[in-house]
Design a protein around this ligand. Structure first.
Ligand code: NCD
Length: 318
């Protein structure tokens, strides 16, 4: 089989440089340099740095924002993209993850972007390929490009990430967005408050990073925050658990009244997709403090920087 890499010293295959599998093991300086590169990305350059390269998008789970912005980012850098989804591909016929990624490498992939319902799937792919692998969300594990675009969005408003108070409200347990955000913001000394009912926020969540605070009341959690990140209830990951949505709405929905307890200039964030009337009201989703649309917009330059970094194309995408 082609494309298997082994490092020199052991039987554990090496991971291609430029891969982005998670935020947990990234240094703060590396994060900042990626965000600075994103700020310099120019989608209209005459000699695009990824011209002739092939970016394969392998999506085993539904996606709107992440998929379309990785595709637009890749094309903006001059790359050719191909999307493979689990429905309509040989995955439906029972092909394994590794056989699928070997196939995509064989058709000429230079970068693999993968979303998968199982934590660790991008790492497994990366260990068996000689090309960079980008994690576009793996199960309940990590969603590094989302955390980076959220940090980028906050930086555009707050100038620094250091020492901010970030509050995350909602289905934290099932959220890879929360996990990556916690890893990222804690590297910058943020005070992070997590808020949700026990089913969505077990006590042991506090051990995920230093300086985490748990709160069961949204009013306490939001008070004094610089940014309030709201998360969707991930019904597809509840695995038979019954939660009362009525009770959730009553206690945890982010309403205009609750948002007023945050700082005056607090940002209201959500990775999307939003469910109006459930985790937040329509009024909050569309309020002046909401940067939900901006987060989506910022996903393009941030993913351009991720893809350019994957192929070592300089800090400004050259
Ligand atoms: C999230 C995801 O897929 O993890 N969405 C996203 O990528 N922007 C969050 C979610 O599905 O609720």
């Amino acid at each position: 089989m082609i494309a298997i890499r082994k490092d020199q010293t052991s039987n554990i295959p090496a991971i291609a440089p430029g891969s982005l599998l998670g935020i947990e093991h990234m240094a703060a300086a590396e994060i900042m340099s990626l965000l600075k590169a994103a700020a310099r990305m120019n989608p209209r350059r005459s000699r695009p740095p990824l011209r002739g390269k092939r970016v394969l998008l392998l999506f085993y789970e539904p996606s709107t924002r992440t998929r379309s912005s990785f595709e637009i980012a890749a094309k903006s850098l001059g790359a050719i993209t191909t999307l493979v989804q689990s429905s309509g591909s040989s995955i439906e016929k029972g092909e394994s993850l590794l056989d699928t990624v070997y196939t995509l490498r064989a058709v000429g992939a230079d970068i693999l972007v993968i979303r998968h319902p199982n934590a660790g799937a991008p790492l497994l792919a990366a260990r068996h390929l000689d090309i960079p692998v980008i994690n576009a969300g793996d199960g309940m594990h990590e969603h590094p490009s989302q955390a980076l675009l959220d940090a980028y969005t906050i930086l555009r408003h707050k100038k620094t990430l250091n020492g901010l108070h970030i509050t995350i409200v909602g289905d934290i347990y099932h959220s890879r967005v929360a996990r990556s955000a916690i890893h990222l913001f804690s590297k910058f000394g943020a005070k992070i408050t997590l808020c949700g009912p026990a089913d969505f926020l077990p006590e042991l969540a506090a051990s995920l990073a230093p300086g985490l605070h748990l709160s069961r009341t949204v009013e306490d959690a939001v008070r004094g925050a610089d940014a309030v990140m709201v998360l969707r209830v991930q019904k597809e990951r509840l695995a038979g658990k019954k939660i009362s949505l009525q009770e959730y709405i009553l206690k945890y929905q982010v309403t205009a009244e609750r948002l007023k307890l945050a700082k005056k200039d607090a940002l209201l964030m959500h990775p999307g997709p939003i469910v109006r009337g459930l985790e937040l009201t329509s009024e909050v989703a569309d309020c002046a403090q909401s940067v939900i649309v901006e987060e989506v917009q910022n996903g393009v330059p941030v993913r351009m920087a991720i893809l350019a970094r994957a192929l070592g194309k300089g800090k400004d995408g050259r």
